[in-house]
Design a protein. Sequence first.
Length: 222
Amino acid sequence: MIECSSENIWYKKRRPKVGRRFFAWLFVIILIVLSIAYYKFVVVDNILRICADYAHSYCTESVNLAVLDSLSESTKYSDLVNIEKDSNGDIALMTANVHKINIISREITNSTSIKLKDKMDKGVPIPLLAFTGISILSGYGKEINLKTIYVSDVSCGFISDFKSVGVNQTLHSIYVEVVVNANINLPLCNKKETFQTKILISESVLVGKVPETYLNGNLFAR
């Protein structure tokens, strides 16, 4: 009887320790899961927003500089568009100077890619407190440079816009539109972003009637 009683007492003394160990591990697991969830759904969104803002700024600045580098001061409206008029002085035909436009497009695309790569290689400065996920604190703390943005593709195209400015007078504006596709890579999260930048490069007032074919379409459509 005495031996059985001592074994029973030993079992009762040891069992609570197993229970405490189980709840301790359960607490650690829950804490890890909550930390991962907080990072993925709160911190990551905050960091992605900051990276996207920097990427947009980098793209706009790079495109502007690339356009300035690729278009010389001697580039005129007549270098981009050929116009033929009929005997009444109305516009009979408008054609784009494809050769010149292709050269400019390639130069802008290449220059934008190079300038963007230089900026992306330097990384994005992320304030340390941005990793708390609290937006109001995102601008504070020591900055950490993270190489999180990678450019996957850069394309360039021309857009034309026609606007009536008087009787038989039409303002023809020519824009360069650069589209940058980029990837923002963070642990446990990847996001694709597309940035479009449109810059006015030339415009001219056309005197005479302009055919509806040109008014309602893009002269530079590819």
